[in-house]
Design a protein around this ligand. Structure first.
Ligand code: ADP
Ligand code: ADP
Ligand code: MG
Length: 676
């Protein structure tokens, strides 16, 4: 085994690799950017080397500095994680040239699968079925338009070098093709440095089913079954599970064999994933088409670990040392069912716009660490919840990297048990300080389609009415949480001067207390009063309930609201309050009336940057008359393009930035004058 390895990544994957290395007695070296100086992955490793500035291109993509760091620290091998340099054949070659082991496939295998178009040609020759489309060299717009018409709409334009859901455009009508192609190529050029695209039929209501494969240097290659990753937003995975519901043993063996054949065709070594798109056929079966091969470990590898009991990072390290695969095909078995949820800093109700900010509160459900989860016992572990995180409470999610905060992985004896555990685990995941998808994930998990395994990649879109702008904790429960929290805080201050209490409470004395809450833009008034029998009554708007509360410590309260018994967890920081209950979450402000006296009308109608990023296009010029909702500018932030629309009707008076400028959050991008 290696004595020391360098981990050329950050966040949860770097922490996760470090854990396995530690278990195997392998020393680890972290690399970090300016922003990551205090990051969790730096603490998780034995040594750390600073490699540059915040942007990935100034640090995590700086291979020479990474190679120098490996040599300076005496590391023998480099684990690339995923993203960054993991699928960069030149980096893999540079490692070898520097006498370092690249923990991944040979550069030739990365190259063969690196272009989606070239990989498709290769698979076509190997007889693997492909989605009908065009993946040749001709990229003339008029020619591709012709191909799209031949294939039939809807079509999908994909960047050959693309990945992570970027560089893809669905086109439904011939007249939209040219604009979508230009936008796709622009994104491809900017993100991957290569604007070559392919066009294929857009499969409607498909499932995403992928096979985990593993090869060693002795020529062995096995598959570790499948994962269903159909639940996606923006072509990016949200929930992943193994095994795939409804997969027959015969179909599994057939797909496994196809995936192993694909891997062998390129002399594959290490962990890889062959992705298929599965289309339901008229006779109720599924037809599989090869989509792409990812020549690295995947984000969702933990579900495979949970059902097989094997640590895939350990396999990677052993194979990279020249050892044979730890298990043969006949020794691999599926135990139970596992589901992973990607916890991201984003706003599901706002088009999944990534969010930045500080993780003021980050509490996880009771869980086991990876090490304990990786031993055979874990199949009987009643907790069976694993959290892979690369951040701690108090850390920030910056605009420089991915918006993924952590992954929650649950295991159950069957899918129903795994689902129940995932719901409970999400219920007990409390993050305050920035928007996350936790509540949204809970709605997906409990929604009809996911809970009945009616899976396809349009699931989120199809269930949108039940998934968006809904499901928050009811206002009266949130008010009950605030009241319970305030009473508990007062009880803790027992004996303190009552006149030092908050103004809203003092005004109404001990008998009737007014609580003013703001949710979004709406203000609500609640009253807490003492009844003749000494009990409390909580009134919100027109309705009232008998109310009792008992503090359970750490912000948790046992509350009786009328007939309802609730456990509510409250985190308060200044006026900001977040209340978590079984029914959902509500973030609100508890208004201090003094602090808000004389506040004017909110400023509005300005076009501002929702997050720090780069201006990549203006879609209007000075003098243009624009209408509310019209796209005015395109920004790139957190590796995605965001189109910003006019907040109201008006005339563009002046562009305040130039294309290519880096802008801070809240910067006004252009002056919008009222229309004459
Ligand atoms: P998967 O490949 O497992 O289907 P993704 O495509 O979302 O899932 O994950 C791989 C992507 O994750 C990369 O293409 C990259 O955009 C992104 N990524 C890059 N670095 C990291 C990181 N350190 N942690 C998490 N994700 C990363
Ligand atoms: P990435 O490199 O981002 O992983 P993929 O080619 O694997 O790109 O596609 C990502 C997702 O986009 C798939 O999981 C699927 O949901 C969707 N997708 C890809 N190709 C098609 C297609 N031809 N028809 C419909 N959806 C597709
Ligand atoms: Mg893919």
């Amino acid at each position: 085994m290696f004595k020391k390895i360098l981990i050329a990544n950050r966040g949860e994957i770097a922490c996760r690799v470090a854990q396995t290395a530690r278990r195997l007695g392998v020393m680890t070296v972290a690399v970090y950017s300016d922003a990551d100086a205090r990051a969790q992955h730096v603490r998780a490793c034995d040594e750390a080397v600073h490699i540059g500035g915040n942007a990935a291109k100034d640090s995590y993509l700086q291979w020479q500095r990474i190679l120098d760091a490996a040599q300076a620290t005496g590391a023998q091998a480099i684990h690339p994680g995923y993203g960054f340099l993991s699928e960069n054949e030149d980096f893999a070659r540079a490692c070898a040239a520097a006498g370092l082991v690249f923990i991944g496939p040979p550069p030739e295998a990365i190259a063969a699968m690196g272009s989606k178009a070239a990989a498709k040609s290769l698979m076509e020759r190997a007889g693997v079925p492909l989605v009908p489309g065009y993946h040749g060299a001709n990229n003339e717009p008029a020619f591709l338009q012709g191909e799209a018409e031949r294939i039939g709409f809807p079509v999908l334009i994909k960047a050959s070098a693309g990945g992570g859901g970027r560089g893809m455009r669905r086109v439904d009508r011939a007249e939209d093709f040219a604009a979508a192609l230009a936008s796709c190529q622009r994104e491809a050029k900017a993100s991957f440095g290569d604007d070559h695209v392919l066009v294929e039929r857009y499969v409607t209501r498909p499932r995403h089913v992928e096979i985990q494969v593993f090869g060693d240097t002795q020529g062995n290659c096995v598959y570790l079954f499948e994962r269903d990753c159909s639940v996606q937003r923006r072509h990016q995975k949200v929930l992943e599970e193994a095994p795939a519901p409804g997969m027959s043993a015969a179909r599994r063996a057939e797909m496994g064999a196809a995936a192993v054949a694909a891997a062998k065709a390129v002399g594959y070594v290490g962990a890889g994933t062959v992705e298929f798109i599965a289309e339901p056929t008229a006779d109720g079966d599924l037809r599989f088409y090869f989509m792409e091969m990812n020549t690295r470990l995947q984000v969702e590898h933990p579900v495979t670990e949970a059902i097989t009991g094997h640590d895939l990072v350990e396999w990677q390290l052993r194979v990279a040392c020249g050892e044979p695969l730890p298990a043969g095909q006949d020794e691999l078995k599926i135990h139970g069912h596992a589901i992973e949820a990607r916890i991201c800093a984003e706003n599901p109700d706002g088009g999944f716009l990534p969010a930045t900010g500080s993780l003021d509160v980050m509490r996880w459900p009771a869980h086991v660490s990876f090490q304990r989860n990786a031993d055979a016992e874990r199949f009987h572990d009643p907790a069976a919840v694993r959290v892979d995180a690369g951040v701690r409470e108090g850390d920030a999610i910056s605009p420089y990297y991915d918006s993924m905060i952590a992954k929650l992985i649950v295991w159950g004896a069957d899918r129903a048990q795994a689902l129940a555990r995932l719901d409970a685990a999400l219920r007990d995941t409390h993050i305050v300080g920035l928007s996350t998808n936790v509540a949204f994930l809970r709605r997906v998990v409990n929604g009809r389609a996911f809970s009945t395994a009616d899976l396809d990649t349009a699931l989120i879109e199809r269930e949108r009415d039940a998934l968006f702008n809904t499901g928050a904790l009811p206002l009266e429960q949130a008010a009950a949480g605030v009241a319970a929290h305030t009473l508990a805080a007062e009880a803790a201050l027992e004996g303190a001067d009552p006149w030092s209490r908050r103004d809203g409470w003092r005004i109404f004395g001990g008998a009737r207390r007014r609580i003013e809450l703001q949710v979004g833009k709406a203000r609500h008034i609640a009253f807490l009063e003492r009844l003749h029998d000494g009990a409390l009554r909580l009134t919100v708007g027109e309705q009232g309930w008998r109310f009792t509360a008992k503090s359970l410590g750490e912000g948790r309260h046992d509350v009786l609201l009328g007939e309802q018994r609730l456990t509510l967890t409250v985190y308060a920081q200044g006026e900001k309050v977040a209340v978590f209950g079984a029914a959902g979450t509500l973030e609100l402000q508890e208004i201090d009336p003094i602090a808000h006296a004389g506040e004017g009308a909110a400023e509005g109608g300005r076009l501002t940057a929702p997050m720090p990023g780069k201006v990549i296009a203006f879609l209007a010029a000075a003098g243009d008359v624009v209408t509310s909702g019209q796209p005015l500018a395109v920004m790139e932030a957190m590796k995605m393009e965001h189109t910003l629309a006019a907040p109201r009707d008006g005339t563009v008076a002046e562009l305040l930035y130039a294309v290519g400028d880096q802008v801070p959050e809240g910067a006004e991008l252009l002056k919008l004058a009222a229309q004459e």
